[in-house]
Design a protein around this ligand. Structure first.
Ligand code: ADP
Ligand code: ADP
Length: 225
């Protein structure tokens, strides 16, 4: 769980300012969905939270601690990408446990933790498969499993379901909602899909042209007369 404070955040690429005056308080365990037209800054904001993109101005805090100059791996945040980013030469078990392997955790501990996460995601029977032997939905599950295993205080999702076909998208959306209930972790989720935004979000943040245009619960944003 993590509380995030975004204060007057600004982003420049070269001389061009692409985001400004971003202010947002994200509560412990809250599910935030970022929406807005292409180019409005959703990915940039997510990447600044993850530490993959330097912050040009303002402040980003987690649980009161300034993150601006902290390396991604020290932020204790996991990011799930649309492209899955699985290692093709590793089976599912190794893909899922790889962060623990890098950290130097022993094999028994890894196996145990991978198995736990695999059960949560229904991957128990696929542990010895390779990514190319998996469906899109299964690959996305492995990518989520890899994030869960790190037991991060927050999860970031960058359009995780947009490569999936419609029925799988529904299935995985429910999976993510279950995961949020079960883990209670803070989540920030970028999507173009209004149904995903309405069903997953505690609060929806609407970005436009590098600014926050609106913030509110799904009810407040979409069901006003
Ligand atoms: P979104 O994710 O909402 O589609 P992005 O965060 O990718 O938007 O982009 C926000 C703005 O920043 C866009 O105008 C985009 O062209 C610009 N931008 C993103 N990445 C870079 C970059 N590496 N260099 C220069 N401009 C960039
Ligand atoms: P998405 O559709 O997920 O928002 P994009 O296709 O816009 O991503 O961007 C893909 C990559 O290209 C990102 O890493 C982004 O930072 C970079 N990028 C986006 N716009 C620009 C730009 N105008 N100049 C340079 N890099 C950019």
């Amino acid at each position: 769980m993590a509380r995030m404070e975004i204060k007057n955040l600004m982003k420049r690429y070269g001389q061009t300012e692409v985001m400004r005056d971003i202010n947002l308080d994200i509560k412990d365990g809250e599910f935030i969905v970022l929406v807005g037209p292409s180019g409005c800054g959703k990915s940039t904001l997510l990447r600044m939270i993850a530490g993959l993109e330097p912050i040009s101005g303002g402040e980003f805090l987690i649980d009161g601690l300034r993150m601006n100059d902290m390396r991604p791996r020290d932020r204790d945040i996991a990011m799930v990408f649309q492209s899955y980013a699985l290692y093709p030469h590793m089976d599912v078990e190794r893909n899922m446990g790889f962060s623990m392997e890098i950290r130097g955790d022993d094999k028994i501990k890894r196996k145990q933790r991978v198995l736990e996460a695999a059960k949560v995601l229904g991957l128990e029977n696929l542990l010895s498969r390779y990514p190319k032997e998996l469906s899109g939905g299964q690959r996305q599950r492995v990518a989520m499993g890899r994030a869960i295993i790190r037991d991060p205080r927050a999860f970031l999702f960058d359009e995780p379901l947009s490569n999936l076909d419609a029925s799988l998208r529904v299935e995985m959306r429910l999976e993510i909602a279950r995961l949020h209930k079960r883990l209670g972790a803070t989540m920030v989720y970028v999507t173009h899909d209004q149904v995903e935004a309405l069903t997953l979000a505690d609060r929806i943040v609407v970005l436009e042209g590098g600014n926050i245009q609106q913030v509110g619960s799904p009810l407040e944003l979409y069901e006003r007369p």
